[in-house]
Ligand binder design. Sequence first.
Ligand SMILES: [Zn+2]
Length: 283
Amino acid sequence: MAGTFIHSTTPQKFMVRSFAIPQLMMLIVFAGGMEPSQAAQEAKPSASHLSGSGHQQTREAHWDYLGVEGPEHWSMLTPKYMTCETGRQQSPINITMAHHGHHAETLEFHYQTSELHELNNGHTIQVSHTSGCNVDLNNRTYALRQFHFHEPSEHHIEGHAFPMEMHLVHQDEHGHILVIAVMLKIGADKPVLGKLWKWLPAQLGQEVSVPLNLSIADILPKNTRHFSYSGSLTTPPCTEGVQWIVLEEPILIAQHDVEQFVGIIGHNARPVQPVGNRHIEEN
Ligand SMILES: [Zn+2]
């Protein structure tokens, strides 16, 4: 659980991790502006779509959480967002009646202390890091790409929504996306989250470098008991094939921090989607 860094042996991973932030941002902008044919060739959702790109106005249809560009209209904004309407494995969901896993999943965090950068992309506050952070899920390694926040929570647990939800977006070497969701409830701030909040970029498109090295591991709850299911990106284009892990233990955030976030971003939660015949496991 502590921030041990496992060195990568594959050149591809090494390359990705050694990107400087401006290069990484360019990569994200590029990925966010991919043509559908390119996206289809990849056949995997892009991690940058998980919170949307602040630069999507040039190549992608603008979308929002309210009004005519709100969630119930996403599929009508452009054919690229059709899956938001036609998909049958959409996220978020209300997690209820989970089945206990037949064989326990192994989930290990290998996060380390890192320089952090916060971006206001208009849809959320997205935090990127410069040092390698991975999780191992059932012996498959996923690299942390970014994490960001929603208010109120997108997932519900037994019909209950939380004040906020954090999404840690990971990708493996084949492009498979794993998102780890952590619920936030009101209480005394954990020091790391409070430090992040001190530097929230208030302006659209603004990026702020946090002038401290912070341990992302210290943000996480102690208990890694979780629900898992197969879902989608919760923002357009709502691409499916995303592995979701929803941690059961919430972390704490101060009420005034929630209000500060809403003052900057507004409410940014997609409503829960039908579970259908999906299987939710608890481990
Ligand atoms: Zn998200």
